[in-house]
Design a protein around this ligand. Structure first.
Ligand SMILES: [Mg+2]
Ligand SMILES: [Zn+2]
Length: 193
């Protein structure tokens, strides 16, 4: 279609990637954004990628976090980090609240949310990345066909829930961004100051 310009994205898990992993976070004031998150997101966007958060938030289905509060949290995340969009899955197959109890197609490692984001933003998946701290993040990325980066922050130092090999490893989001910048430079696609 004429006029449509496809852009690659860096998909980001939330907890353990942009914010401290603290288990279920149920109050906006408990959201602890890493001090480097904003700078990293700016760098991702400067390199020409969209920054899109894809997060499993089963706390909603468990009845611990009203969806309204989660939306406030997402707004704060957007404001404080500069990400382009935040997508979340509130479901869980064993959710306490019946309305959220389903085997959905959006809970990672399923790729429903990524597909929705790709359609909403005309994302070029072939040049995109997924950065996460858990096996389910990496599997989702692989199913989607994007390059995957497993971080050591968050749950990243713990044993993976299942065996899967990411394309890259990085200590945290800062190192992951450096890695992506390096790949771009290698291909002669960007010249950083
Ligand atoms: Mg995580
Ligand atoms: Zn879902």
């Amino acid at each position: 279609m004429e006029g449509l310009r496809y852009r690659p994205a860096v998909f980001l898990d939330r907890d353990g990637v942009l914010t401290e992993e603290k288990g279920y976070i149920t109050r906006t004031s408990d959201l602890a954004i890493y001090p480097y998150a904003r700078r990293c997101v700016a760098r991702i966007r400067e390199m020409g990628y969209l920054a899109v958060v894809v997060s499993n938030q089963a706390a909603v289905g468990m009845g611990l976090l009203p969806e309204k509060t989660l939306r406030e949290m997402n707004e704060k995340l957007r404001r404080d980090t500069g990400v382009d969009a935040v997508y979340y899955c509130p479901h869980h197959p064993k959710a306490a609240l019946a309305a959220y109890r389903l085997d959905c197609s959006c809970r990672k490692p399923a790729v429903g949310l990524f597909r929705r984001a790709a359609a909403d933003f005309q994302i070029d998946l072939s040049g995109s990345y997924m950065i996460g701290d858990r096996a389910s993040d990496i599997l989702a990325g692989k199913r989607l066909g994007v390059k995957t980066v497993l971080l050591e922050s968050g749950y990243g130092m713990e044993r993976l829930e299942f065996d899967i090999t990411p394309d890259y490893h990085a200590q945290d989001l800062r190192e992951a961004c450096g890695l992506i910048a390096g790949i771009l430079q290698e291909r002669g696609l960007v010249w950083e100051k």
